[in-house]
Ligand binder design. Structure first.
Ligand SMILES: Cc1ncc(COP(=O)(O)O)c(C=O)c1O
Length: 391
């Protein structure tokens, strides 16, 4: 440590990996089989068991998972898919991949999740206009559940399947179930900042056999059978057929080996994130220039989003970010709402005021460092830097 902030930089996130992950990867490297094989299959069955789903399908990203789920559920050109503007690029771009249109619904300021009442109003308006709604994609922001009861009712009423974007939401219980298993399909991300990581990676879970079968087909070129063993199994035939123009979205055994080890540590990682969230809430609770997230036990605490009351503090959010960064704190912003992005703005003629809650929440938000890899000392440095914003 020292005065140079670069020497004591607190990163936004730090993956927690040790000799176990290293040994698991080495075992794969030495096995002679690197791409999708037995290790990925084991990761899938362990993951399915963990979350209580009938099927789990390992992929190279959650983006791929969202794409494949929507494709498998029949989302196609000209239909509408309802989702939140307060999310990452991936959630909406996959809708466009399929020629469908994302229809955004504003968020609840308390949870930052899609507002279920506004979702109902939007569905009613689309239905009155005769527009086909092919799916609903709620995003559990930071790992806090959307109102899945209300969304489930709307799904039935309007005949639109639900794909949970659970990229942030592992492992989160929601009563008896896990988030990601409440809709027709759910998608988890293993990107480097997530609760468990494979570097890059994702997992789809579903109880619907035909959805799982379609995803299994489309994740590997639309080839009609699993061909991962065709080079090693002397009994495996060389023939295969292509029954659809599929994609190349499979997970390697190298990544799956990391995933299996991480999965076994998931509860420990979650507990550490919860402890950090509590530490932030206790220490920052008295600062009147901040709005803090509400404590929730059923929460992945993938993100810890504070909102700066700019007028009270007499500093802008961007100034605050500059100050925190100068003190060596690796902050981030989740999210710049999609309706403010050039592509969606231009294509759909969207204005900032169309989704005022998302626009206003974005205005002050800053994501503080949080991960199982952060020490108490680092968290305390973040706390004193945030408290110092007043000075
Ligand atoms: C809400 C949300 N959905 C989907 C994704 C895509 O995840 P991946 O990077 O695994 O494709 C992300 C990425 O972080 C995300 O934040």
């Amino acid at each position: 440590m020292g005065d140079d902030p670069r020497l004591s930089f607190v990163p936004f996130s730090r993956p927690t990996l040790d000799a176990e992950e290293e040994e698991a990867v080495l075992a794969v490297l030495r096995s002679g089989w690197l791409t999708t094989g037995e290790v990925a299959a084991r990761f899938e069955s362990e993951f399915a068991q963990f979350v209580g789903a009938r099927h789990a399908l390992a992929l190279n990203s959650a983006t791929a998972g969202l794409h494949l789920c929507l494709e498998a559920l029949g989302v196609g050109p000209g239909s509408a898919v309802l989702t939140t503007p307060f999310t990452f690029a991936a959630t909406a771009e996959v809708i466009r991949y399929l020629g469908a249109d994302p229809v955004f619904v504003d968020i609840d300021p308390g949870t930052l999740n899609i507002d279920a009442e506004k979702l109902q109003t939007t569905l009613e308006a689309l239905s009155a206009a005769g527009r086909r709604v092919s799916a609903i994609v709620p995003v559990h922001i930071g790992g806090l559940a959307c109102d899945m009861e209300a969304i489930g009712h709307l799904s039935v009423r309007f005949g639109a399947p639900v794909v949970e974007d659970a990229a942030h939401a592992f492992p989160v219980r929601h009563g008896e179930r896990h988030l990601g298993t409440l809709g027709d399909a759910g998608v988890f991300s293993f990107y480097a900042t997530k609760t468990i990581t494979t570097g890059e990676g994702g997992m789809v879970v579903t109880d619907r056999d035909e959805v799982a079968a379609r995803i299994r087909l489309m994740r590997l070129h639309g080839i009609d059978r699993d061909v991962w063993n065709r080079y090693t199994d002397p009994g495996a035939g060389w023939k295969y057929d292509i029954v659809a123009p599929g994609y190349k979205y499979n997970m390697t055994d190298i990544a799956a080996a990391i995933g299996r080890v991480q999965l076994a540590k998931a509860q420990r990682f979650l507990q550490r994130r919860k402890a950090i969230a509590k530490r932030y809430l206790v220490a920052l609770g008295g600062l009147d220039f901040l709005t803090l997230p509400r404590w929730a036990e059923e929460h992945a605490w993938h993100l810890f989003v504070i909102r700066v009351r700019e007028q009270k503090l007499r500093r802008t959010r961007d100034e605050c970010i500059g100050i925190l960064q100068a003190k060596g704190i690796g902050v981030s912003v989740h999210f710049i709402p999609l309706h403010l992005m050039s592509y969606y703005k231009t294509r759909y003629g969207l204005r900032p005021e169309d989704f005022p809650v998302a626009r206003d929440c974005f205005q002050g938000c800053i994501s503080l460092p949080i991960s199982a890899g952060h020490s108490d000392e680092e968290v305390d440095r973040v706390i004193s830097a945030v408290a110092g914003l007043r000075d």
